[in-house]
Write a protein that binds this ligand. Sequence first.
Ligand SMILES: Nc1nc2c(ncn2[C@@H]2O[C@H](COP(=O)(O)OP(=O)(O)OP(=O)(O)O)[C@@H](O)[C@H]2O)c(=O)[nH]1
Length: 218
Amino acid sequence: MDESEETWDLMIFGDRGVGKSSFRLKVSMEHSNDGFEINPRIEGPVDRRVVIEGRPCVLWIDESLWTSHYALTSERCLGDIAEMIRRYRYFILMYDITSVESFDSIDFHHRFIKEVIQKYPDVNCSGPQPPHEPSTKKLRFLLIGMKSDLTDRRQVSRSQAESLANTLEGCIGFVETSVKQDASQSMHDFIRALRSGSMQRSDRSNTWLKKVFGRLGT
Ligand SMILES: Nc1nc2c(ncn2[C@@H]2O[C@H](COP(=O)(O)OP(=O)(O)OP(=O)(O)O)[C@@H](O)[C@H]2O)c(=O)[nH]1
């Protein structure tokens, strides 16, 4: 890997059927003509090279596959889940705008991630990426309302989602998107916001970023 490349590792959490795989596939396909490496593999993390604000980076996007099993999960499985989660520092909390149940589950997914990381600080991660520090303070979340094209079936309003994003610890913003629009844009906005965390407040000309950084307290 080019040393000037940044790596952004993200994992998507959300109920079954909210659109996690579709989102990853869409981001993957949208970048297939960037002139960078093409990896059509959708099983396992999507590893995609992109250029954001003129700087090359690698998006490493995975999704949680255990969603429906959390409550039934044994201690041993929870350890395995912790091992996976600790390879990621950035999380997308995804719901479907046509499903209030999936929206109601967001708080649960958010707590689950933090609790698992706190409970298993010493898991042995032997995968391709080293584990991150077991600190929940640095975790960053983006709330995504998927299927925004299905407005006639909407059950969750934008203002409800904005309120939730404001209350979730570590959540830096909220966007709605769908496979029928540019899904990568939300990804890029998220990464721009994370990347600019070290910028001075006066550098932040973008209103959306101002909102985000106001929340980060930087
Ligand atoms: N209209 C519309 N349909 C979508 C969108 N995203 C996903 N879908 C559909 O929603 C269904 C579920 O999408 P998936 O991507 O499989 O959802 P998932 O969260 O990965 O589901 P699990 O793997 O079961 O957890 C599929 O039929 C998709 O075609 C979207 O933005 N708009």
